[in-house]
Ligand binder design. Structure first.
Ligand code: B12
Length: 136
């Protein structure tokens, strides 16, 4: 059973979307290591390494993810988690920023997949199946 590490990062307290995602992952037979809310980046990396996780999913609504998640890819690589899929979703900016701009920004930060507000968990779970297929 593949494991996904989940959490909100930094200062973000929004927990409801996270819980929905975790429920959906478990229903789809993934094991979930939940860090809950306001987890420091290093906890994502440590948990992913310990659990030999297949992916890390970050939920962020407060709008500061660009700053709070900037180092996640580099920290994963330094910890030997080379190319681990990193997904992020929620509300990833403050104000009316065009989605293409937001997506490009997070892709540049090393996120594998970036989701707009209100994305259904099934969409991302289907993407995860695809992203993990070569490793299975
Ligand atoms: C409830 C809520 C709160 C609650 C949170 C309680 C809790 N335990 O979670 C409280 C009152 C604490 C709160 C606080 C704040 N909030 Co608030 N909050 C909301 C609100 C009304 C609903 C969020 C929610 O629960 N949605 C329901 C869940 C089920 O949906 P979801 O989170 O969107 O998640 C789904 C999808 O988006 C997707 N998804 C989410 N993450 C991910 C990740 C991945 C990988 C994938 C694939 C999919 C995915 O899947 C989920 C399930 O379907 C939103 C408004 C809104 N319409 O979103 C504002 C909102 C998010 N909050 C906002 C703000 C500003 C704040 C505060 C800063 C307010 C303040 N000045 O104090 C603080 C933040 C404090 C902090 N440090 O984080 C803003 C953010 C603005 C922005 N980003 O531009 C919003 C958008 C309100 C607004 N319109 O201004 N908030």
């Amino acid at each position: 059973m593949a494991t996904v590490v989940t959490g909100t990062v930094g200062t973000d307290v929004h927990s409801m979307g996270l819980r929905v995602l975790e429920y959906a992952l478990r229903q789809s037979r993934y094991s979930v290591v939940s860090l809950g809310v306001q987890a420091p980046l290093v906890e994502f990396v440590d948990a992913a390494r310990e659990a030999k996780a297949a992916a890390i999913w970050v939920s962020s609504l407060a709008g500061h993810a660009e700053y709070e998640c900037a180092d996640l890819r580099d920290m994963c690589t330094e910890a030997g988690l080379v190319n681990i899929p990193l997904y992020i979703g929620g509300i990833l900016a403050v104000g009316p920023v065009p989605w293409e701009e937001i997506e490009a920004k997070f892709q540049k930060l090393g996120f594998t997949r970036v989701y707009p507000p209100g994305t259904l968990p099934a969409v991302a779970i289907s993407d995860l199946e695809k992203d993990l297929a070569p490793a299975r």
